[in-house]
Design a protein around this ligand. Structure first.
Ligand code: GTP
Ligand code: MG
Length: 176
């Protein structure tokens, strides 16, 4: 048996403004800013974590939600071990896009196991409960019918952010 891979490639996708960059900044740099700066092309961050007693090096790929900034295409999706699909729980449209992000990812990354490939669905901005547009149950149902894990997070208040990335890493490791 091949030794366990200690480097994992994780791609984060979702509509513009859902908080992909904010989640990564919270997780990697433990920082948050209200300021919005669109991601252009793609960004790359690294973080070492412990998962089930093993040291894992996460290679985290931030992507542009805005179509006009998707200049790199989708070639870098290849070789991904896990994909985080993010929506903004205060914005219905971003939830409705999840399916097409998932399909696009599978089409571009061509994993050997498209049916069981690990996706994590993240409903971000849960600090804005008062503006909620997507109920927890509705998102959970979507996740169940797509056989993926679902979590609500807040990059702003640091809720469930570590959990989301660690769950992604755990799922990716199980796949090896
Ligand atoms: P693109 O790079 O265009 O694809 O957007 P993005 O998904 O990277 O969004 P980004 O992280 O830049 O966040 C967009 C806006 O939402 C910013 O103003 C953030 O401050 C705000 N934001 C992100 N996460 C949260 C959150 O958990 N709660 C609240 N209240 N605001 C958030
Ligand atoms: Mg961004």
């Amino acid at each position: 048996m091949a030794s366990k891979k200690t480097q994992l490639k994780i791609i984060i996708l979702g509509d513009s403004g859902v908080g992909k960059t904010s989640l990564l900044n919270r997780f990697v740099e433990t920082k948050f800013t209200q300021l919005y700066r669109a991601t252009i092309g793609a960004d790359f961050l690294m973080k070492e974590i412990e998962v089930e007693g093993q040291t894992v090096n996460l290679q985290l790929w931030d992507t542009a939600g805005q179509e006009r900034f998707q200049s790199l295409g989708m070639s870098f999706y290849r070789g991904a071990d896990c994909c985080l699909l993010v929506y903004d729980m205060t914005n219905q449209k971003t939830f409705e896009s999840l399916g097409s992000w998932k399909d696009e990812f599978l089409k571009a990354s061509c994993p050997d196991d498209p049916k069981t490939f690990p996706f994590i669905v993240i409903g971000n901005k849960c600090d804005r409960e008062i503006d909620r547009a997507i109920s927890y149950n509705r998102a959970q149902q979507w996740a169940n019918s797509n056989d993926v894990v679902f979590l609500e997070t807040s990059a702003k208040d640091d809720l469930n952010v570590n959990e989301a990335f660690i769950e992604g890493a755990r799922k990716a490791m199980k796949r090896e």
